[in-house]
Design a protein around this ligand. Structure first.
Ligand code: NDP
Length: 283
């Protein structure tokens, strides 16, 4: 009987890499679906990124994730970009298509999938705290999904204005900047609030956005993209005020589901992946 000992390969290039739980989540899905695939978590420094991508090509990897600090730098080593990755200007997932590595951005798509399970962003107004890489991905995907308007609330005016200009020039959504120097109150016409800052990320568990808690009204959709802990102070507060909350684990899991679909063509069970990260984060 002939047997095949050659597994299909995927993985991740990042620095640091040790605390990223994606490998456990992705391999749990591979096992659950009986896929003979591997995901190799690699610590790759900026000066070794070109070599790592060349190595993946040489070894025939089906694709790889890229995390900090490589999301922009990796683009010059790839053969093309997907539509939203082109607008976002950052790649977190490379996919081999007809022998070419195409850069996609699954961060924003994963977020959009979580959000869409609760509310259709089409025709809504949103407030987004933060203007970094993750904010950019989430804001662009919401805009491409038909959001009417978005207010970017950010401390650094230059970073905030850069994201506002990007949305106004590349999408039909109307974006505006609110520089964040005082307590921010959510306007009553806003339907979606997103925390895309790192405020509340482990180990800073008590950190809270400078926002007027009274403006978190019942029914408002409040999404926090912090994956660890999933129940941030914002999530708990918003829940206690009757908001519909979305935690950051959904985005983490969904971007994994989307990446695996790109690489293997298989729709994997998100619940298996969520259970794995919940166990890791002790939820
Ligand atoms: P960046 O460093 O690119 O951006 C950080 C943002 O947070 C900036 O807008 C920064 O504002 C703001 N910020 C940080 N600290 C404060 C503070 N004390 N007060 C006000 N604003 C603050 O980070 P990323 O965009 O890459 O990541 C942001 C978060 O998103 C991280 O916590 C990460 O864990 C999470 N994330 C979650 C994912 C998921 O799957 N759930 C995927 C990717 C990221 P300023 O510009 O003024 O400095």
């Amino acid at each position: 009987m002939s047997r095949n000992f050659l597994s299909a390969l995927t993985g991740s290039f990042a620095m640091p890499a040790a605390e990223n739980p994606t490998v456990a989540m992705v391999e749990a899905a591979y096992r659950h679906h009986g896929l003979d695939w591997r995901y190799i978590n690699c610590e790759v420094s900026p000066e070794n990124l070109a070599g790592a991508v060349a190595g993946a090509r040489a070894m025939g990897w089906a694709g790889f994730n890229c995390s900090l600090p490589h999301k922009v730098a990796v683009i010059k080593h790839l053969d093309g970009l997907g539509d939203s990755a082109k607008v976002i200007g950052a790649v977190n997932c490379a996919v081999r298509r007809n022998g070419a590595y195409i850069g996609e951005n699954t961060d924003g798509k994963g977020f959009l999938q979580s959000l869409s399970a609760v509310i259709d962003p089409k025709g809504q107004s949103a407030v987004m705290f933060g203007a970094g890489g993750a904010a950019r991905a989430c804001a662009v995907e919401m805009a491409l999904a038909g959001l009417t308007s978005i207010t970017i609330v950010n401390r650094d005016p230059v970073r905030g204005q850069t994201l506002v200009d990007l949305i106004n020039s590349a999408t039909t959504t109307k974006a505006q900047l609110q520089v964040w120097h005082a307590t921010y109150s959510i306007p009553s016409d806003v339907g979606i609030v997103v925390n895309a800052t790192s405020i509340g990320l482990y180990p800073d568990l008590d950190a809270m956005l400078d926002l007027d808690v009274e403006s978190l009204r019942p029914g408002l959709v409040v999404a926090d993209i912090i994956p660890n802990p999933p129940r941030t102070r914002l999530v708990r507060l918003a829940e206690s005020r009757g908001c519909r909350v979305i935690d950051g684990l959904g985005m983490l899991v969904n971007q994994g589901v989307i990446g695996i679909k790109y690489w293997t063509g298989v729709d994997v069970d998100a619940a298996v992946m969520r259970k794995t990260v919940e166990d890791i984060f002790g939820v």
